[in-house]
Write a protein that binds this ligand. Structure first.
Ligand code: AMP
Ligand code: ZN
Length: 488
């Protein structure tokens, strides 16, 4: 690649940007594989192949999971905004993900199906739909290619057969394992001490006696221990089902080909999931597979990583029931950097919610038919791109909106810029809310309830109803005759 340097001036300061031959800005991103921030250069100029690990659909996604999908959405939209064509694929894990990421315990899907007295596929369908709804509420774009693990069995079998042929896998105790001792740099993705990473060495993980090496992992299960598995397929090694890790490798290679540019997930995916994906994909392909591994940090609660099995199970529906706009949660995620842990509390969500509502109101008040000033537009748009190309600095991008609003730039330019930036931020900053019939009915009922409370001199309840509505951007206005409302 030949890089062009383009220079321009912002507020009297000379700036430069690096571009490739096509004139696209070179993005910088933290690569877990090299443990540093690097210039992002895809295999094919102007085109990005991106794979993101999808949900295990045995339960609702919690807002921690959703933080990861928001970060991936911003990454995809940033790449598109700066001019790349992005092809993105995501799996849906509906088989093979055991309660421990290191192949022990029960299949999460079966456990959930038993609990809810439904079939595994019913459970998968239900929670896939619920997840899709969450992504819609959060303006997270659904990838063009979304593929359930159960629909790609022949691909996993083909891969495992080749790994066996190459001597990179072995059959033992009924299962097929990947032989990690055959690789020199199995731990390339992690910079932790090997002893700490070895699966069997971790506290509470039962050692599998069929493995040759502690770090080996299952590619295909047939062991009688997993007889309860509802979904099984014929394979050269008997009736069985795939391990979780091979699913992502298979789905990615099948849909995006042998060379991948970016692979994403939350940091808990680094080991063992992504470490194993690299081992089996590169073993199968015989060459390097993916150049950039990008991971999002956790959403934590007061005691540590938010998880489905611990504490209050915080879903987006819970937030919605409490009156929060899902986009206020998206705004909160964007105000922090994707590589920094974010500690969730209702207090910070309240603050984010308030700021978000005010911001939206300010942007809407700018609405005008005036044409933007082209020079100023380009300058500010350039700044916006630079913040995002700087390892996705979304909080700086948001601060830029406030700087722009404070400036004496004309409303036409301000509005046009924010409308354009919202293609990436997806906060509906320029969208006026339409009031549905059901919302109208709901507000009128609340106003009636409040009127009654006041008549009964229950002012605390009356105030509570007002506050509840306010959180949903509904402002009540009292006049002598009646109460009206306005939607922010
Ligand atoms: P799962 O459905 O468990 O396979 O997880 C889906 C995605 O959420 C994965 O990319 C995980 O890395 C990510 N994830 C899990 N817990 C958290 C958390 N507390 N904060 C952010 N991301 C998470
Ligand atoms: Zn995966």
């Amino acid at each position: 690649f030949a890089y062009l340097k383009q220079f321009f001036t912002i507020d009297g300061i000379k700036c430069g940007i690096i571009m490739n031959k096509k004139g696209l800005i070179i993005m910088k991103i933290y690569n877990t594989l090299t443990h540093k921030v690097e210039e992002f250069i895809p295999n094919e100029e102007g085109k990005v192949k991106m794979y993101t690990c999808g949900p295990t659909v045995y339960n609702y996604a919690h807002i921690g999971n959703l933080r990861t999908y928001i970060f991936e959405d911003i990454l995809e939209k940033t790449l598109r905004y700066i001019g790349y064509e992005v092809q993105r694929c995501m799996n849906i894990t509906d088989v093979g993900h055991l309660t421990s990421d290191s192949d022990s315990g029960d299949d999460k899907m079966i456990k959930s199906a038993k609990k809810e007295n439904k079939s595994v596929l019913e459970i998968a369908k239900f929670y896939t739909e619920a997840f899709k709804k969450d992504t819609e509420d959060l303006n997270v774009k659904w990838p063009e290619i979304v593929s359930p693990a159960t629909e790609n069995i022949p691909m996993y079998i083909k891969m495992i057969e080749r790994l066996l042929e190459k001597g990179l896998a072995y059959q033992s105790g009924g299962n097929i394992y990947f032989d990690t001792s055959k690789l020199e740099d199995y731990y390339q993705l992690t910079n932790h001490k090997i002893d700490e990473m070895v699966v069997g060495a971790r506290v509470g993980v039962e050692e599998d006696k069929s493995k040759k090496n502690q770090a080996d992992f299952v590619l295909w299960f047939t062991k009688s221990k997993f007889d309860s598995q509802e979904l099984k397929w014929e394979s050269p090694w008997g009736l069985g089902y795939p391990g979780w890790h091979i699913e992502c490798s298979g789905i990615s290679i099948k849909n995006l080909g042998e060379y991948l540019d970016i692979h994403c997930g939350g940091i808990d995916n680094i080991f063992p999931h992504h470490t194993n994906e690299i081992a089996q994909s590169e073993g199968y392909l015989g060459h390097k597979w993916c150049n950039y591994w990008v991971h999002g940090e956790y959403l934590n609660d007061q005691t540590g990583k938010m998880s489905k099995s611990k504490g209050e199970f915080l879903t987006l529906s819970v937030l919605k029931e409490k009156g929060y706009d899902p986009l206020a949660y998206r705004y909160l995620c964007l105000t922090s950097h994707y590589r920094k842990p974010l500690v969730f509390s209702y207090e910070i969500l309240d603050n984010a919610s308030l700021s978000y509502q005010k911001l939206k109101q300010r942007v809407q008040s700018l609405k005008t038919e005036e044409n933007p000033n082209e020079t100023i537009y380009q300058e500010y748009n350039q700044k916006f791109k630079e913040y995002l190309e700087d390892d996705l600095n979304t909080s700086n991008a948001i601060t830029l909106i406030y700087d722009l609003l404070k400036s004496d730039i004309d409303n036409g330019t301000k509005y046009a810029l924010i409308r354009s930036w919202d293609k990436v931020l997806s906060l509906n900053l320029c969208e006026e809310k339409e009031i549905s019939e059901s919302l109208k009915k709901y507000i009128e009922e609340k106003i009636e309830e409040r009127k009654k409370a006041k008549e009964e001199k229950n002012y605390a309840l009356a105030d509570q109803i007002r506050e509840e509505l306010l959180k949903q951007n509904i402002i009540l206005k009292d006049t002598r005759e009646k109460t009206t409302y306005e939607i922010k």
